[in-house]
Design a protein around this ligand. Structure first.
Ligand code: IFM
Length: 514
């Protein structure tokens, strides 16, 4: 029998092993590359319609307390008054707002800074307008500071309770199913004024979670029988990112260590959600409780550079999935933080997934280990942008919904979707509504259990550090004329969809991409 000499044999084996190793590396690398997000071309959805939605689908508009109601004793009011007093209303050359500033604050008469849209005086006609627009549901938030304006209160302020009782009456009168949010970015100022024993302020204070439980209990006690759909937190990761890394939201910090320095803030938000869930479910086990998560479609800035793709993947995980995964599993594993924590009472505390979708952002890896977010690409064919420069992309709305469906297997509600478009003819808003409704219909066709859609927003409002200039409303607000409301043409477009529970053929023919 012919045998290979010992040395030759082992050399051949070594070569084979090296080749196999190389192949394995290539396969793993190719697999990784294939998983990286790609730039998806903006494409046209086909068909003639009508595109009908499931029976019982909810159609409505969304608002939040601080953006439309008269000023309360909350952290945003304190921040705005300071910015106004100090004349801080700059937008930087790169288009972004500087920390501590509110862009273009002076574009409305000074008294409107505290009055916002004066919803307090207009709520009856605003909610009647929702009914006239064919809505059957309405998303709004209850101000924590309005019910608990002072520290140490164990019962809600009666005037605050009376205000929201009147809102619930109007929702009833107009046949609107309430979707109620508990924390939409603003919290009582007294939480921020004094640090706790560990030197923490605001929602990081040890007692903040208990305070949120007291607030939730008061809402359950006063309004629980009138609320079936609860949203404990709005866009927690946006709040954490803009307040503690970017610095444009109060408390205006830019923590030097990056995401790992914000891990504890995110943990507090998850704890707030868990206690609110407990407060609600202990009284009404049938209540539907979830969170509104801000989702973006994150894609690489440079198609040819895998580091952009890899960074987009990490941003996607850190910004969108860490929080939802934590609620699913009970453990927060913070991407890019090296930290993980199991939170008692958190696992499985979502009856539905709420999604707020506005379009896509580009991710560009910068060295060393940093990245930037680019809001649109002038050279991308078919890509429109809103007045804030955010790229609009209905094409990616469908796969985003489908992947949230596949990942969590829960009902989905679109709790926000809209566009800043300050043109009276609002042509972009009309097309935006029809094409996003079509993309949502497509996701339902592909199996996603989407049960409702809320347009952001019912009316123009206070867009946080961007001030009053971005106009998101179906109803235009004239701040120089007593806050008078004027329906924009998109009202009729959305009315046709909501009333038919379908995208009618004529509407689709007019607004589809060619
Ligand atoms: O106005 C905001 C809202 O408060 C939260 N989601 C995004 C909207 C538009 O930026």
């Amino acid at each position: 029998m012919h045998t290979l000499p010992g040395n030759d044999h082992s050399a051949a084996v070594n070569v084979l092993f090296s080749l196999a190793g190389l192949c394995a590396v290539v396969v793993v690398f190719a697999d990784l590359l294939s998983r990286l997000p790609q730039r998806r071309r903006i494409t046209a959805f086909g068909g003639n319609g009508p595109f009908a939605f499931p029976p019982g689908f909810f159609w409505g508009a969304a608002t939040s307390d601080h953006q439309i109601e008269r000023a309360q004793n909350d952290d945003w009011t304190a921040f705005e008054r300071r910015a106004h007093r100090e004349g801080k209303q700059d937008r930087r050359a790169d288009g972004n707002v500087s920390p501590g500033h509110i862009a273009g604050f002076g574009s409305v008469p000074a008294e409107w800074i505290d009055r916002k849209t004066d919803f307090d005086a207009h709520y009856a006609s605003d909610l009647a307008a929702c009914k006239a627009m064919g809505h059957n549901a309405h998303r709004f938030s209850i101000s924590w500071a309005r019910l608990f304006p002072r520290p140490g209160m164990s019962e809600a302020d009666p005037a605050g309770v009376a205000f929201y009782a009147a809102i619930f009456d109007e929702l009833d009168n107009n046949g609107l199913q309430p979707f109620v949010t508990l924390f939409h970015f603003a919290s009582p100022q007294w939480l921020w004024e004094a640090p706790d024993a560990a030197g923490k302020r605001g929602l990081e204070r040890e007692d903040a979670v208990d305070a949120f439980a007291v607030f939730t209990r008061a809402v359950v006690k006063n309004f629980g029988p009138r609320i079936k759909y609860w949203c404990t937190l709005n866009e927690p990761m946006v709040w954490a990112y803009l307040g503690y890394l970017d610095g444009v939201f109060p408390p205006g910090e830019k923590r030097p260590g990056g995401p790992k320095d914000v891990f504890d803030v995110v943990v507090q938000l998850l704890r707030m959600h868990a206690v609110a869930w407990q407060e609600i479910k202990s009284v009404d086990g049938t209540a539907q409780v979830g969170i509104a998560h801000h989702i973006r479609h994150f894609i690489p800035w440079r198609k040819w550079w895998p580091l952009d793709g890899l960074t987009a993947l990490l941003v996607d995980q850190a910004f969108m999935l860490d929080f939802t995964d934590a609620i699913d599993t009970g453990t927060l594993s913070g991407t890019l933080t090296g930290r993980s924590l199991s939170i008692p009472g958190l696992a499985g505390t979502a009856d539905y997934i709420g999604l707020n979708y506005y379009g896509r952002f580009y991710v560009k890896a910068e060295l060393p280990g940093k990245f930037s977010i680019i809001k649109h690409d002038e050279n991308e064919p078919g890509e429109e942008k809103n007045d804030l420069g955010w790229a609009i992309d209905e094409t990616s709305f469908t796969p985003e919904l489908v992947r949230f469906h596949r990942r969590y297997r829960k009902p989905l509600y679109i709790l926000e979707n809209g566009i800043a478009d300050n043109h009276d003819d609002d042509v972009r808003r009309q097309g935006f509504i029809v094409r996003h409704a079509r993309a949502m219909w497509q996701a339902i066709e592909e199996g996603a259990d989407v049960r409702g859609f809320f347009f952001w927003s019912l009316l123009d409002n206070f867009e946080w550090s961007e001030g009053f200039d971005p106009r998101f409303g179906l109803l235009k607000v004239d701040y120089k004329n007593g806050g008078a409301r004027t329906p924009r043409p998109s009202v009729e477009v959305y009315r046709q969809i909501a009333s038919a529970n379908a995208i009618p053929v004529s509407l689709w023919a007019r607004h589809r991409r060619r």
